[in-house]
Design a protein around this ligand. Structure first.
Ligand SMILES: Cc1cc2nc3c(=O)[nH]c(=O)nc-3n(C[C@H](O)[C@H](O)[C@H](O)COP(=O)(O)O)c2cc1C
Length: 198
């Protein structure tokens, strides 16, 4: 069974971004996957302290909801991470979680206790989903490298983006967009199908 985990970084419950993620997860279920959604605003975690203890030990000293979630994220087959664009970047909820994954970077680059061979990356697919109000084509450019940092740390190949800009022109409602939700559903089906035996 292919496991798909959706992580919503939007503080707006059932808003544009969570709906986009829901559509992706629906598509994944249609393709036969087992899906779960985590909403970051319902969890409690602190930002990274920058203490660099993980650079010596490979372990984060902070004990809260972030590390168990990151461990769960690392063990799924498809990781779908969603954030609206806030002030030209991802939300503080998602950025805070990504910074807390620094201990994984430390394991790979400092303590040399973690490595992801190409076969591992072939089986772990990361998808970034986002929504934005403006129709500026480059509105997601600040978000992509941050998503890449998360997927690299967790051992996922950055497989696809599902992004929708210009929502202000649709009254700020993704339900009024002609294709966004259907496209996200198709992307969910596609990512799961890509991992199934041919
Ligand atoms: C605090 C805040 C900052 C935002 N900054 C931007 C921005 O820089 N560029 C943009 O295109 N839209 C911006 N938006 C609009 C959101 O990206 C857009 O409405 C998005 O679809 C909201 O998703 P949500 O319903 O999940 O919160 C901002 C919205 C908020 C609340």
């Amino acid at each position: 069974m292919i496991r798909v985990l959706g992580v919503s970084g939007s503080p707006h419950r059932h808003g544009n971004t969570e709906r986009l993620l829901d559509a992706f997860l629906e598509g994944a279920r249609e393709a036969g996957a087992d899906t779960k959604k985590v909403v970051l605003s319902t969890l409690t975690y602190a930002p990274c302290r920058g203490c660099n203890a993980c650079h010596r030990t490979g372990v984060c000293v902070v004990d809260d909801d972030a590390t168990p979630l990151l461990e769960e994220m690392a063990h799924v087959d498809v990781l779908a991470v969603a954030s609206p664009i806030y002030s030209m970047g991802i939300t503080s909820e998602l950025k805070g979680l990504i910074d807390r994954a620094q201990y994984l970077w430390a394991r790979r680059m400092v303590t040399n206790t973690l490595d992801y061979p190409p076969e591992h990356l072939d089986r772990h697919r990361g998808v970034f989903l986002s929504t934005a109000g403006s129709d500026w084509p480059n509105v997601f450019d600040g978000a992509y490298p941050v998503a890449q940092a998360l997927f690299s740390g967790l051992g996922f190949r950055y497989a696809a983006n599902v992004v929708v800009n210009g929502l202000d022109a649709h009254g700020g409602r993704i339900q009024a967009h002609p294709t966004a939700l259907a496209d996200a559903r198709a992307a969910g089906r596609r990512e799961v199908a890509s991992l199934l035996p041919r």
